[in-house]
Design a protein around this ligand. Structure first.
Ligand code: SF4
Length: 62
């Protein structure tokens, strides 16, 4: 499963980082930087929760 972040949509709310700090990081510029492009199966539920929690729908799983 691959995480993509649309950095043009991200507003730095930090929900993703709060839910999954090992997978997302909000950088010094206030925009999300996924810390890994691919995720193993054990993280999928957490990833879906983080993606669904983004208020501006900047995250996608493919
Ligand atoms: S929750 Fe959405 S808007 Fe907030 S930092 Fe993560 S990607 Fe950006």
């Amino acid at each position: 499963m691959r995480i993509t972040a649309d950095r043009t949509r991200c507003e730095g709310h930090g929900m993703c980082e709060a839910l999954a700090p090992n997978l997302f990081r909000v950088g010094d510029d206030g925009i999300v930087e996924p810390s890994t492009a691919d995720s193993d199966e054990s993280n999928h539920d957490l990833l879906r929760l983080a993606v669904d929690s983004c208020p501006v729908e900047a995250l996608r799983l493919t």
